[in-house]
Design a protein around this ligand. Structure first.
Ligand code: A3P
Length: 317
């Protein structure tokens, strides 16, 4: 169905074996898991979440990269990979593991006991998370830091639509208009719930000393300054040559040249995981009415803070 001949999609293999066990979001045309009231990617499993909360041994120097889906997670994983001293050919998904994935999923799932045994590199370990801040899974204990990356929700919506259509795991056949309604419906059916709540909750934490709040748009437009900001926050010194190298290697063009695991498990006719990498697409492809509804919801939700969002700055220029 996908990947090179003979390749077994580990996500579908997992789903056939264990997917029936997950608690699913009520009747919907999208295959989505559920933990408590939160819709989650189908391979995020309750047992793993519980193990993460109770068994994960937080260490000084741990940094969590937290995002709502489609906001520049993989790009930031690439940046962090280089900060660990790794090279272009290293796998960003292994450099910054996503511990919320069921340990039973081949290739990307990691038992917490194994995560605990991963050595720090120069005093650092990096982890990826899509969880909400109010009850972040990582026991913090004042030891971890958090990098949050946010992106214009309209662009997230369009990118998310292509993401979900391309992974057979979700079994989704709707169109962009249908998906937009799911996105607007406070994400009651989409991975990790409401985009507004996710961004809003971390935005309220943006001035805390343990949080670096970044925007995808800034990362793409001013990579040098923002990569330097990440390095300084994490506590890694970079000389100019290393910074230049990271800027070059994490550009969309360079990243496109390297194989990414996700593309092996997407449908043959799907858009690639690194699809366009631009800012402002949502406004161009969604209708004027959809854009207005999105913006009205932002005004109601992000009270008073809107002008601080870069896509909002661009709109009011
Ligand atoms: P598009 O679908 O709009 O192209 P995530 O990793 O959080 O799932 O986000 C994926 C989005 O980030 C995709 O957006 C992808 O193309 C974009 N992206 C990844 N690396 C990028 C880079 N180096 N420069 C610009 N965009 C990048």
């Amino acid at each position: 169905m996908s990947g090179p001949p003979g390749f077994v999609d580990p996500l579908l293999a997992w789903k056939t074996q264990f997917g029936r066990e997950i608690e699913r979001v009520a009747a919907t045309d999208i295959y989505m898991g559920k933990i408590g009231e939160l819709p989650v990617t189908p391979f995020v499993e309750k047992a793993q979440i519980e193990a993460l909360a109770s068994e994960f041994a937080v260490r000084e120097g741990d940094v969590w990269l937290v995002t709502a889906l489609k906001s520049g997670t993989t790009l930031t994983q690439e940046i962090l990979k280089f900060l660990l001293g790794q090279t272009a050919s290293d796998n960003p998904l292994q450099a910054v593991p996503w511990l919320e994935v069921s340990a039973r999923v081949p290739m990307i799932g990691l038992p917490i006991s194994v995560a605990n045994s991963i050595p720090s590199t120069n005093g650092h370990r990096f982890w990826k998370s899509h969880w909400l801040p109010r009850d972040h899974l990582a026991p913090n204990g004042g030891k971890s830091k958090f990098i949050y990356v946010a992106r214009n929700g309209l662009d997230v919506c369009v990118s998310f639509f292509h993401h979900i259509r391309g992974f057979p795991l979700y079994e989704y056949a709707g169109d962009l208009n249908d998906f937009f309604e799911k996105f607007m419906d406070d994400g009651r059916t989409l991975d990790f719930g409401s985009w507004w709540e996710h961004v809003g909750a971390w935005w309220r934490r943006r001035n805390d000393a343990d949080v670096l709040f970044l925007f995808f748009e800034d990362l793409v437009r001013e990579p040098r300054a923002n990569i330097a900001k990440i390095a300084a926050f994490v506590g890694i010194e970079l000389d100019a040559a290393r910074l230049d190298l990271i800027v070059h290697e994490t550009s969309f063009e360079q990243m496109k040249k390297r194989p990414l695991f996700y593309d092996l498990v997407r449908l043959p006719d799907a858009t690639p995981f690194l699809r366009k990498g631009v800012a402002g697409e949502g406004k161009a492809v969604l209708s004027a009415d959809q854009v207005r509804r999105f913006e009205d919801k932002c005004k109601a939700f992000f009270v008073g803070d809107l002008s601080d969002f870069p896509w909002q700055r661009a709109a009011s220029n």
